[in-house]
Design a protein around this ligand. Structure first.
Ligand code: NAD
Length: 432
């Protein structure tokens, strides 16, 4: 099939590459000329494991192209919109990119083209975008809501092995065409109304975020009563009705999806006069989790002025360079406002972090360099590299062997094996 994908971010690029990998003829379009120039040369604008090799092989095979030229839309059977939908200050979704994309494509699409919205958009947006395009192009079009569920860091795997593909439609023939596009993947497909498809995306992310905030609330109770959240989560997760996924306590979720999607759903509910205090609580618990390590450090040191604190991990989660809504931002800002000197290291997110935190903190080139002479070490993102650290070696380089672990990277026996260590984690007894 001839397919165009608008937007070459984490979602659009992964989608375009995977669709070409299963044999389709894909043209990826972006307004960012620099990005397109690099992609044509096989250079990735993002860090995403496995993506570079697939990008190169599909460009070479002639199935994958990159352009800024919207004239290329003319002969496309399916046009997938995967541009960003960030959150506005007032809590609503910022639809300006998708509105612009809709206007951009209107002059170039054919009457037979099917427009697929993959961006996460509030309920009713697909209908609104359909009307926007129809007003511009002067004929009626078919629109499909096809929300995306991939996770950054495992985007290729998730696209190729999705748990389900949601197709929200009003025209049966258009839905069948999209089913045909996905057929080589042989994945479960759920056909719904457009509004249900839009809602499935928000409800799924809100549920996952709430599960994280729930286990974090339990972790805080565990700390108070002297229980161990890791054992509690394991005991809970064995119950099939609960399940083991997303029961990992920590310093909160971040990224470009959970924070904004929960906020936007909360906002949508309030627009309709629906009580969504559950979502509000999910957000508030997450916000307070981000402060936990600094609070623990303040209790331990009294004050942080003049202390050298090492932060290992800046990205909002491992295996990505994405800093959007990363808890590391709050932590770095709190530490520096309290007068601490912060030195950070992340295997992939340093460039993006420098853009956000600038000269507020120092950036090291390695773990060894970062931990040198530190008064305390904060573990902020659970990269494999950090989970596999040789703790005694790291502790010897520090001024004081004190770790505040925001992701519970180390099991009790590894901490016990260290000669001298003070170890504070989330929802587990301190080990001093
Ligand atoms: P992103 O910010 O990484 O990328 C968006 C891209 O769209 C950018 O390259 C930008 O230049 C391009 N763009 C903007 N306007 C354009 C236009 N008019 N024409 C062509 N290109 C245009 O965004 P993302 O993280 O890939 O997210 C895209 C959408 O998918 C969002 O709605 C997001 O909520 C949703 N989503 C994201 C993830 C994720 O893990 N990142 C997962 C599921 C769903």
């Amino acid at each position: 099939m001839k397919i165009a994908v608008l937007g070459t971010g984490y979602v659009g690029l992964s989608t375009g590459v995977c669709l070409s990998e299963i044999g389709h003829n894909v043209t990826c379009i972006d307004i960012n000329k620099e990005k397109i120039k690099h992609l044509r040369q096989g250079i990735l604008p993002i860090y995403e494991p496995g993506l570079e090799a697939l990008l190169a092989s599909n460009i070479t095979a002639g199935r994958l192209r990159f352009t800024t030229d919207r004239k290329e839309l003319k002969d496309k059977e399916i046009i997938i919109i995967a541009v960003g939908t960030p959150q506005r200050e007032d809590g609503e979704a910022d639809l300006s990119y998708i509105e612009q994309a809709a206007k951009d494509i209107s002059g170039y699409i054919a009457e037979s083209s099917i427009i697929v919205i993959k961006s996460t958009v509030p309920v009713g947006t697909n209908e609104y975008i359909k009307k926007t395009i129809e007003k511009e192009c002067g004929f009626s079009i078919q629109i499909i809501s096809n929300p995306e569920f991939l996770r950054q860091g495992s985007a290729i795997h998730d696209t190729m092995n999705a748990d389900r593909i949601i197709i929200g439609y009003e025209n049966k023939a258009a839905a069948m065409k999209l089913q045909e596009m996905y057929r080589p993947l042989n994945l479960p497909i759920l056909l719904t109304s457009i509004r249900s498809a839009e809602m499935i995306k928000y409800a799924s992310n809100a549920f996952l975020a709430t599960k994280i905030s729930f286990i974090n609330a339990m972790a805080n109770i565990c700390e108070a009563v002297g229980a161990n959240i890791e054992d509690v989560a394991q005991g809970m997760g064995k119950d099939k009705r609960i399940g083991e996924a997303f029961l990992k306590p920590g310093i909160g979720y971040g990224g470009s999806c959970f924070p904004k999607d929960v906020e936007v759903l909360h906002h949508t509910a309030s627009l309709y006069g629906i009580n969504s205090s559950l979502l509000k609580e999910t957000i508030e618990i997450n916000e307070s989790q981000k402060d936990l390590l600094v609070k623990k450090a303040l209790i331990r040191f009294g004050k942080l002025k003049g202390k050298k604190i090492t932060m290992l991990g800046l990205a909002f989660k491992p295996d990505t360079d994405d800093m959007r809504e990363a808890p590391s931002i709050n932590i770095a800002r709190s530490l520096t406002s309290l007068g601490a000197e912060v030195v950070a290291y992340d295997p992939a997110a340093m460039i993006n972090a420098k853009g956000i935190l600038g000269d507020k903190i120092l950036f090291a080139n390695s773990v060894d360099e970062a931990v040198w002479n530190a008064d305390a070490l904060f573990i902020v993102t659970e990269w494999q590299e950090f989970q596999q650290l040789n703790l005694p070696t790291v502790l010897k380089k520090m001024k004081h062997p004190i770790i505040f672990d925001g992701r519970n990277c180390f099991k009790e026996d590894r901490i016990k094996a260290c000669e001298t260590i003070e170890y504070y984690s989330i929802g587990r007894p301190d080990m001093i």
